[in-house]
Design a protein around this ligand. Structure first.
Ligand code: TMP
Length: 209
């Protein structure tokens, strides 16, 4: 089972993934929890480059760095874990490229879909949970978190984009969910974390159809 969690900044992906991993492991399931960018040694080196607020890459360079991270991550981490029978829980994946580089930066959506296919060898999740939240509320949460953890400069490049950019991303995820209703579930990220985890758990147990 390959599960991804997507959403705007500050939507609570990481808290939810922790809760899901605990529930799955309590049931005896082997879980591999990972993330993009940064879920493999190459990605760990690319993540600071991609997220640092100190520079502005060319949009194509940014895109290909995310795809390079994904290609290596799929080959080195995700496919082997799935082959070994683990449940893979991934914080962001190919749908983030469609939302951020497509809806956010205006790149062609079909082209991005093909590039994602190329990078992943056609591996798409069984289930994708979208944590939906107004972009403004998410950005506030993310700014507080980054400040508390001292990440504003090292990881804050996307958070510093305009509110309109982040609203396009929110709409991008919702459009994807409408387009692929069998794979996506949209959850209300404004719910208290335990209630959100219950809804995600129910979606996971039903699986994708
Ligand atoms: P996060 O891991 O803290 O959510 O941060 C990752 C950031 O990178 C987030 O702002 C979304 C962005 N991103 C893209 O723009 N494209 C991608 O393909 C991925 C995986 C992430």
């Amino acid at each position: 089972m390959f599960l991804t969690v997507e959403g705007v900044e500050g939507s609570g992906k990481s808290t939810l993934l922790t809760a899901l991993a605990v529930r799955l492991e309590a049931r005896g399931t082997t879980v591999l929890r990972t993330r993009e960018p940064g879920g493999c040694p190459l990605g760990a080196r690319l993540r600071p480059l991609l997220l640092s607020a100190d520079w502005t890459p060319d949009p194509n360079a940014e895109l290909f760095l995310f795809l390079a991270d994904r290609a290596q991550h799929v080959a080195e981490v995700i496919r082997p874990a799935l082959a070994a029978g683990a449940h893979v829980l991934c914080d962001r994946y190919a749908d983030s490229t469609i939302a951020y580089q497509g809806y956010g930066r205006g790149m062609d959506l079909e082209w991005l879909q093909r590039l994602n296919d190329c990078a992943t060898g056609g591996l798409w999740p069984d289930l994708t949970l979208v944590l939906d939240l107004p972009a403004e509320a998410g950005l506030l949460r993310a700014a507080r978190r980054n400040e508390a953890q001292g990440l504003s400069q090292t990881e804050g490049r996307f958070e510093a984009e305009s509110l309109a950019f982040h609203e396009r991303i929110r709409q991008g995820f919702l459009d994807r969910a409408r387009r692929f209703p069998g794979r996506f579930r949209v959850l209300d990220a404004a719910l208290p974390p335990p209630a959100l985890a219950d809804q995600a758990w129910a979606a996971l147990r039903m699986g994708a159809h």
